[in-house]
Write a protein that binds this ligand. Structure first.
Ligand code: PGA
Length: 224
């Protein structure tokens, strides 16, 4: 089975990178590109996801984007609750759940990000933290995806061991048998093959390495 690659550009990239993606990855069915909002296009060439959305339908929220606006751009996926949003923009589990529910209501698949901090990891609290986030962030309706992203692995070049990722994904699979489960945090062209092969990992969420088209091409090769 093909595994998913979700490319999270964060506040990086350019029109030029978008064109590189269109040239390199036209009609690839297992690649979801999440550029900054301004680069989202109605395009048959790439599958687009958003990095965030507001939970409200409309209103006085300067600088925000609603699910209906994403629908107008034919966006099919949306990251919600990325740890950078939680840390820098104070998104709580409640807000994350509202965003996921808004997405599902508009037929957009929310990719809910969960993960423990370094402090929690070192205190052996990973399972308990993830269980709480899952309980508080998951909508009652099915159709969402989960991305396990240890906060300490994001952008650091560090990853959990294969056994640790395997244990977390086994726990997630038991709770969510029919849910697509991604791993994210310092995935690159060197470690992607190993991570993608871990049981119950249905794909990877890639940040920094997704800015390099050659690296994405290698990761995609391992995902087939
Ligand atoms: P990274 O980011 O691949 O740069 O660690 C992943 C993410 O934050 O989604």
């Amino acid at each position: 089975m093909q595994k998913w690659i979700v490319a999270n550009w964060k506040m990086n990239g350019s029109k030029n990178l978008l064109n590189e993606y269109k040239n390199a990855f036209k009609s690839i069915e297992n690649l979801i590109v999440c550029p900054p909002f301004i680069y989202l296009e109605e395009s048959a060439d790439l599958i687009f996801g958003a990095q965030n959305v507001n939970q409200l339908a409309k209103g006085a929220c300067t600088g925000e984007i609603s699910v209906q606006m994403l629908v107008e751009r034919e966006v099919k996926y949306c990251l919600v609750g990325h740890s950078e949003r939680r840390q820098q923009f104070h998104e709580t589990n409640n807000i994350v759940r509202s965003k996921a529910e808004a997405c599902l209501g508009a037929n957009i698949t929310p990719i809910i990000c969960i993960g423990e901090t370094l402090e929690q990891y070192e205190a052996n609290q990973t399972t308990e933290v993830l269980e709480r986030q899952l309980a508080e962030c998951s909508p009652s309706e099915s159709g969402f995806w989960i991305a396990y992203e240890p906060v300490w692995a994001i952008g650091t070049g560090k990853t959990p061991t294969t056994d640790e990722i395997s244990a977390v994904h086994f726990m997630l699979r038991k709770k969510l048998p029919n849910t697509t489960l991604l791993y994210g945090g310092s995935v690159n062209d060197d470690n992607a093959a190993t991570i993608i092969a871990i049981p119950n990992v249905d794909g990877v969420l890639v940040g920094g390495a997704s800015l390099d088209v050659a690296a994405v091409a290698v990761i995609l090769k391992h995902a087939r």
